[in-house]
Design a protein around this ligand. Structure first.
Ligand code: FES
Length: 181
């Protein structure tokens, strides 16, 4: 049998930093970048990670370049950043596009298999239903993200201001929505 090799190529993205994950040692592990076309979870290469957390703030704009791996056998694309540049607000024409992209409050739900199978899917649906019931579904974006590297705490979600909640129970959802919105 022939092993399927991942296809590797370069990428460059300009977008708004929605959130980022920092290790217990203060190293930035991954970024959640939102562009007008799509949202991306991007792993940060070790060489980049140490200095970053001092500069990053959710809401800032970044130019991120690195390598993209297309794991055909998993039907999955992974991104790893080797260069991260903080952009001034009015830097490029692509930023003009981003600025017009309406920025909403955002909830991130981990869609990694541990979280998704241990209640993440239900959490996602309940969040939607709760926002709908409160009449604020158009003001809040619920997005899914790749593994947050906290699988043992599944299901995980990130509320606005980077507040992470682990082992989320269905009965917490209504309370969380009331707390944040
Ligand atoms: S699958 Fe959610 S943290 Fe890993």
């Amino acid at each position: 049998m022939v092993a399927v090799q991942p296809l590797v190529s370069e990428f460059m993205l300009v977008g708004r930093l929605e959130d980022f994950v920092v290790s217990s040692k203060g190293r930035v592990k991954s970024l959640y970048l939102s562009t007008p076309e799509a949202d991306y979870t991007i792993e940060v290469a070790k060489e980049q990670a140490n200095v970053l957390s001092q500069y990053l703030k959710p809401g800032c704009y970044l130019k991120v370049a690195g390598m993209r791996k297309n794991k055909l056998h998993q039907a999955k694309i992974s991104y790893k950043a080797y260069s991260i540049e903080l952009l001034p607000e009015q830097a490029t024409s692509s930023n003009t596009v981003i600025k017009t992209h309406k920025s909403k409050a955002q909830i991130l739900v981990c869609q990694g298999s541990s979280c998704w199978n241990k209640g993440g899917r239900a959490t996602y649906e309940l969040l939607k239903a709760e926002l709908q019931a409160k009449g604020i579904i158009d003001d809040v974006a619920i997005k899914t993200t790749g593994c947050l590297k906290q699988c043992k705490q599944a299901p995980n979600l990130v509320m606005p201001n980077r507040n992470r909640y682990s082992k989320v129970k269905p009965q917490q959802i209504s309370q969380l929505i009331t707390k944040y919105f």
